[in-house]
Design a protein around this ligand. Sequence first.
Ligand code: HAM
Length: 422
Amino acid sequence: MLIARSVRGMNDLFEPELSLVRKLEHNIKEIFSLYGFNEIRTPILEELTLFKRSVGETSDIVEKEMFVIKDNDNEYCLRPEGTASVVRALIERGGIDDSFNEKFFYLGPMFRKERPQKGRLRQFHQYGAETFGIKSPSADLEMLVMINHFLVSLGLTKFDLQLNSLGTKEEREAYKITLSEFITKQKTNLCQDCQKRMEKNILRVLDCKNEHCAAIVKKSPSTLDSLGKESKEHFDFITNGLKEQNISFTLNQHLVRGLDYYNRTVFEFIYSDGLGSQNAIAAGGRYDGLFLTLGNKIDVPAIGFAGGFERLILALGTQEKASNNLDLVIVYADEQGKNNALPLCFELRKLGIKADTSLENKSLKAQMRRADKLNSSFVMVLGETEIATKKVTLKNFGKDQKIEMELSPIAIANNIKNQNRL
Ligand code: HAM
């Protein structure tokens, strides 16, 4: 009987998905560095207070999704997101010079005790970026253009950028009053959860997936109507910039996001093809007050986003082949071949060839099946005859082609490299 199973909602990762993960990581590093972002790594374990204060006590994440670890009088948690950690790290480092902006990106596992379903895990992996020190909407625009660049680099097209503005803290408070007046009249038609949400944080009602609540929300006042002049100009700058860059978007006047720290710009990139309800592949917004909330002496304007790897993998499908396909499998025909196969592999590997052979006794047929399963480009039989004549034949699986050559590591390696170049 199995002694232990993987924890619910936490998956093991194998090829070919792993190859896709590597490709995603590669594109993120390449593209984000084009925009001047540097990597930052923060610990997985943080003090619980960090997220209570930043993400918000009334958010679903803090209310019901935290993995909490108690140690004597201290309460820690597995980080549910990266933004609060990055801000904490910068404050601890001594803040940031407000005459100098800084940009960071990060990759790594996050943890939320959600009900697992397609595209929703309890351990998932985020890629994200944060720009600090820029009040100007240019930073919002740059972030959106960069995310779009990254998604397009993966060959994704079926996504829609949904955009909204929550205004300043004061404008959002004014909007909450307007919204509350509207929603209160509909109270009896709301689901039980929303009736509670109304009391704690009215904005959470806008996130509800219940169809009756969603129908009410659709008719509710728009956040954009509560914007003051500066917030409106900030938002217009972004929408105009997106149009100039030919990046299409949809105004979603009820998009508020499930985390409490946002002001002004909020956005979600929604993938429209087969992800079901968990279809946000990147999401974020501006969060100008967070440095102050987390104890920094001065406020530092900030904008950022994060997206889930697992959802990108679903969107991309698993058509990608494992990237560490073998170059060559040496199949031994007899005892002498077997004794020579592994030393030959050692030599070929030193020459940069991904070579492999069966380490246990296997029939010729079983070895051929294995070579096929391992997705090797070439296969080569080694036995008494090849060793006596000092000649071997490389068989190219894909092209049904045979190439004869001298039995020497250099000759074999050169032939494989030449063929790979073709
Ligand atoms: P979030 O919307 O909570 O924002 O998460 C960002 C993205 O992470 C989602 O759009 C989704 O792709 C992925 N994600 C979230 N939860 C799960 C899950 N349980 N399973 C799989 N994927 C998931 C944030 O985390 C903010 N920190 C984003 C941000 C950065 N805002 C400003 N800076």
